[in-house]
Design a binder for this molecule. Structure first.
Ligand code: 9MJ
Length: 675
């Protein structure tokens, strides 16, 4: 072989190994070890070399994770060792019966079990030959699945090449492909912004993303993988004794293995595991629908064998159903924080996954029409994790003769303002804005909520009372409430009133991220608020940012950028922010350029130039005021100047500011900034 080509080949192999190690750190360990920009640089280098030497591209190159030309159809793959399903249990008694069967058949007093979460995703089998991922298939009917190799290659948590010495000659890794809850939320937000259909749950999103003939679509979705066992395993290093050793072996080969996996002994420990995992369920990053128990010893597994299509040695202990059927009593219309009118189903109380549900969202009028839902219908209600329950579908066979269609109102049921639907939106909105009491209440509730300003004790009923009695209209009004005003309210004890006053006072000490989130800017959730605070460091820089500046922030696209700019250009919002600052809300700001921390130094990192004569203060007084808040006053205008303060008869500095596009303020503007 040509010497030069050989050198390039070695370089490529090294580069691929380094990139895959970073993929592993990022996707499996959740512990990125280099900045994204450095990763992009390595990836780009690999792409460029492969572009120059296409004959050196290998199937296991990280560049091959971006998808391949679309297929006409999936071909079939036969599973030499079938991918069986699991027997199910819902009741404790069924688990006790399972453990008894195991003890009796194995003739032991106590059985050791491997315990695992039961992922709610799609089962797949990955076949590695001499360490290279050759094929990947869906479970299909358990015997024959579909060849989705190209799609599975795009999932960065799945190794394309194994590193071990010696390598197993053949290794079939079995596990579940899924979409993390956070990625699911992001995907649906994207689908919403692009006017595309949202997915009902992470499982559907994962299925829809994986069964694509165009692997480019799979590559654009964030999927992950968790291993739970092996099919064929040929090689001296493949454990032959216990299931948990197989899992450790897979983790050492860089396959993701759920941290909740473990080994326990006896029935009580199984039940304990079920309850422990169940109580963590809503906090886990992925959806699970139960736990799985497997007899840990492989020799014992073999002895127990199979019944019909399921192993006798394993059991899925499912969490209670998260869906139930009940009657839709009526449909109310709620007005949200942004004026969106949301139809809400009033239901005959029903237990869904252990919780009584009486209300569920119907999303919007289109969804009601699409699902063909009428008042008095029997409907299927779903509760997923900690999100608001939703009406999924209607049981048409049970439709009563008095079923009544629902009409979306054309006026706001709270303030009576017109309700309109913008052409690009699915929702109808009340145009009453912050003059609509419903929107006022929601905005204040959001402002006071735990993850925002965290004002303890300021619940829905109290906010409603305060707004209805015209005691508050905006979040800033909260800080003007005194003890006497509060204790004068009906059903308000002196002690509760003083607790609330203290909670309001306490909330004044906050963080910039919380404050931004509390403002309730449309499309700016907690994570985005944190990103904005981190990026801009101070409220003033955020308020001055334009669409382009905002799009520099991680994960911020045109829609969020636009709603942020719209929010800050609304005079009413600026006024409320000004009042909040005046009332003494404070947080630590980071100087944009110097990185120095400051308390109250709202102008830290900002550079000012003064020119002309100000009407009510000398330039020296203006300088003092700016410097007191951490700002810097310099003599000449450059592209680094943030503000030029111009009085009467300004000099050439004014013209220069216009040329550089620098913000020019008069004395009133400066005073507003100083406040
Ligand atoms: C899931 N779905 O999480 C198995 N599974 O084992 C786990 N499924 C399984 N194990 C043998 N954790 C057949 C299926």
């Amino acid at each position: 072989m040509n010497h030069e080509i050989e050198t390039i080949q070695q370089h490529l192999a090294k580069l691929r190994q380094v990139i895959e190690q970073h993929n592993y750190n990022y996707d499996v360990l959740n512990n990125p070890s280099i900045p994204d920009a450095e990763y992009d640089r390595l990836f780009h280098e690999l792409q460029q070399i492969e572009h120059r030497f296409p004959q050196l591209v290998t199937a296991d190159s990280p560049t091959q994770r971006v998808g391949a030309p679309p297929l006409k159809a999936f071909s079939q793959i036969t599973h030499r060792i079938p991918m069986l399903s699991l027997g199910n249990a819902l009741e404790d008694a069924e688990v006790a019966a399972f453990d008894r069967r195991m003890r009796e058949d194995l003739e032991v007093d106590c059985v050791e079990y491997a315990v695992e979460p039961k992922f709610d995703g799609l089962a797949v089998s990955l076949r590695y030959e001499n360490g290279i991922l050759m094929t990947g298939a869906t479970r299909g009917d358990g015997y024959v699945g579909e060849d989705i190799t190209l799609n599975l290659r795009t999932i960065r948590a799945i190794p394309l090449r194994l590193t071990a010495d010696p390598l197993p000659a053949v290794l079939e890794v079995r596990g579940e492909v899924l979409m993390l809850k956070a990625d699911f939320m992001k995907l649906n937000q994207q689908q919403r912004e692009n006017g595309e259909k949202e997915f009902a749950n992470p499982r559907n999103a994962a299925a829809g993303s994986l069964r694509q003939l165009n692997s480019g679509i799979t590559a654009a979705r964030r999927l992950t993988f968790f291993a739970y066992g092996i099919g064929i395993g040929e090689g001296s290093t493949v454990p032959k004794d216990k299931h948990n050793h197989i899992m450790e072996f897979l983790a050492a080969l860089h396959f993701p293995v759920a941290p909740e996996c473990g080994v326990v002994k006896g029935l009580d420990a199984l039940q304990q595991y079920y309850h422990d995992v169940g109580s963590q369920r809503d906090q886990l990053p992925y959806e699970i629908d139960g736990v799985v128990y497997k007899v840990n010893s492989l020799a014992q597994q073999e002895k127990l064998g199979f019944v019909s299509r399921a192993p006798r040695f394993a059991l899925a202990h499912k969490f209670p159903a998260q869906e139930a059927v009940t009657e839709l009593l009526d449909i109310d219309v709620q007005v949200g924080r942004t004026g969106a009118l949301t139809p809400v189903a009033r239901l005959k109380p029903v237990i869904v996954g252990g919780v009584t549900v009486t209300n569920a969202t119907l999303h919007n009028a289109d969804e009601i029409n699409r699902k063909n839902i009428m008042i008095h219908d029997s409907v299927v209600v779903r509760r997923a994790g900690d999100v608001i329950p939703e009406v999924v579908s209607v049981v048409l066979e049970k439709r009563p003769s008095n079923a009544k269609p629902f009409d979306m109102p054309d006026h706001c049921p709270v303030c009576g303002a017109k309700a309109v639907r913008l052409p690009e939106e699915a929702v109808v909105r009340c145009i009453g804005g912050l003059f609509c009491p419903a929107q006022q209440k929601q905005a204040i509730m959001h402002f006071a909520s735990r993850r925002a300003m965290d004002i303890e004790g300021l619940g829905e009923k109290l906010v409603a009372q305060l707004v209805d009695n015209a005691m508050i209209r905006t979040p800033a009004d909260l800080y003007k409430l005194g003890l006497s005003a509060l204790s004068g309210l009906a059903r308000m004890a002196e002690k509760s009133a003083s607790n609330i006053v203290a909670a309001i006072e306490k909330s004044k000490n906050t963080t910039l991220a919380r404050f931004i989130y509390a403002l309730g800017i449309r499309n700016v959730g907690e994570t985005t608020a944190k990103e904005l605070a981190r990026h801009f460091g101070s409220l003033d820089s955020l308020m001055c940012a334009n669409i382009e500046d905002l799009q520099q922030v991680t994960d911020i696209g045109p829609v969020v950028a636009q709603s942020t700019v719209d929010f800050f250009s609304e005079p009413h919002n600026r006024e409320v922010i000004e009042q909040l600052r005046f009332c003494g809300l404070r947080w630590i700001e980071r100087a944009n350029k110097t990185g120095e921390s400051a308390h109250h130094l709202t102008l830290a990192g900002k550079t000012f130039v003064l020119t002309g004569t100000l009407p009510h203060m000398t330039r020296e007084e203006a300088r003092e005021k700016i410097e007191k808040l951490g700002g810097k006053v310099v003599g000449s205008v450059s592209s680094k100047t943030d503000y030029v303060i111009a009085g009467a008869d300004p000099g050439s500095k004014y013209d220069k500011a216009v040329k550089f596009g620098i913000k020019i303020l008069d004395e009133a503007g400066l005073l507003q900034l100083l406040h």
